[in-house]
Write a protein that binds this ligand. Structure first.
Ligand code: HEC
Length: 133
């Protein structure tokens, strides 16, 4: 009985330490959630943002998929034809681990596509979608 209790305590401690050492993507999502006062993010809304055609941005970049492509696990292409690594984390595991890079490109790409910055809610949804892809 005593041994069982010790094992249970050990497993609980392991689970806690795993939760405590969340990676940079989880940190980013937590930051966006706090900024958005969000009730949560959904991959579905992220996908909708990723594929939506906007008329409010630059005419030659109406959607995220213009450069990143429709298939998140395939390479994309800049307007100049330069290849872009896939945006799905399963296909490009190093993605979204540098918060400064993520923020820089969100700012730049959202301005081009939407004609404004993305909200924290939109960024959280989009990232949630890509993390699950
Ligand atoms: C004009 C082409 C273009 C469009 C349109 C575009 N992107 Fe990108 N995006 C890029 C390029 C180029 C990079 C940087 C190269 C890379 O990360 O592989 C990038 C990188 C990113 C990154 C950083 C990835 C990382 O590893 O940290 C995010 C986040 C991102 N894009 C989100 C978006 C979102 C959201 C949209 C739509 C609102 C969008 N992009 C539309 C070209 C584009």
């Amino acid at each position: 009985m005593k041994n069982t209790l010790i094992v249970v305590a050990g497993v609980a401690a392991l689970a806690l330490s795993a939760a405590g050492s969340a990676g940079p993507r989880e940190d980013l999502l937590a930051r966006y959630a706090a900024a958005a006062k969000s009730a949560g993010f959904t991959a579905e809304r992220g996908r909708a943002l990723h594929t939506r055609i906007f008329a409010s941005g630059k005419p030659d970049t109406p959607a995220c998929t213009t450069c990143h492509g429709k298939n998140t696990r395939s390479a994309g292409r800049t307007l100049a034809g330069k290849p872009i690594d896939p945006v799905a984390v399963s296909a490009a595991p190093g993605r979204y681990t540098d918060p400064a890079k993520v923020e820089k490109w969100f700012t730049r790409n959202c301005n081009e596509v939407l004609g404004r910055e993305c909200t924290a809610q939109e960024k959280g949804d989009w990232l949630t979608y890509m993390v699950g892809q």
